[in-house]
Design a protein around this ligand. Sequence first.
Ligand SMILES: [Zn+2]
Length: 287
Amino acid sequence: MKKYLYFLIALLFACQPKQKDGRELVSVSILPQKYFVDQITGNLLQVNVLVPPGSSPHNYSILPSQMKDMAKSKVWLQVGLLTFEDALGDKLADINKDLNIVNCSEGIDPIAGSECEEEDHEHAHHEAYDPHVWLAPAESKIMAQNTLNALKTSFPQHAAIFDANYERFISKIDSVSALINQKLASLTNRNILIFHPTLGYYARQFGLTQIALELDGKEPSPMHMKSIVDLAREQNIRVIFIQKEFDVENAQQLARELDGEVVIIDPLDYDWEKQLQDITEKIAAQK
Ligand SMILES: [Zn+2]
């Protein structure tokens, strides 16, 4: 009889529709934030990343198919400085009233975006502040703290695990920071010539100067190109950094003029630690 009962119970469970992933769902805007959440939760939660690889987080529009995951999410961890996040936040209030929307840049001292003079709506998206906060260890620590607080609010049952993992993650960020300091300490050329200005916070933390080819999110004009060429020659800069997703044509043209090279980085890589090390190696390799 007992055996029969076990069989019945087993059968009952077998008939339950299987969920793809039993873990609770949180949403983040960009892939490096998934790394932050995974570090803190130890993979206890399922993470939905809004901006897919290859898309720009500056002017992203959510796909209808992604709304389902946003409706199921308990919390949305925003970078907090991306234009698309504002507009989407209003839309989401209708489909998921309980969604906890968190600005992970809260408490960060933001770098002002470049001035936008013309009121042109065809103009590429332009943020009031530089949103690339995740690429500097100092800002990443604030993001990690905001992420931890939000996750503990939404999932209090895991608070102790999150706290312990968070401490480990902060030590990791501190080690990365120390390593970057050490690698860049003796660097004489402290300029970073870059197509899209992703390293503003990194430059601020480590005492470097970022020179961007892009102006207000637009391709460089011939005049701007000329002033960059002059500056680069004067400062003896031969490396042009460019993000994986970008068209390298302009950068290559400039590299030829400077008798230099184009170096590709991936600021939206999942593996935050590896990427910061890679960026640092490439900056340190500049002569
Ligand atoms: Zn960007």
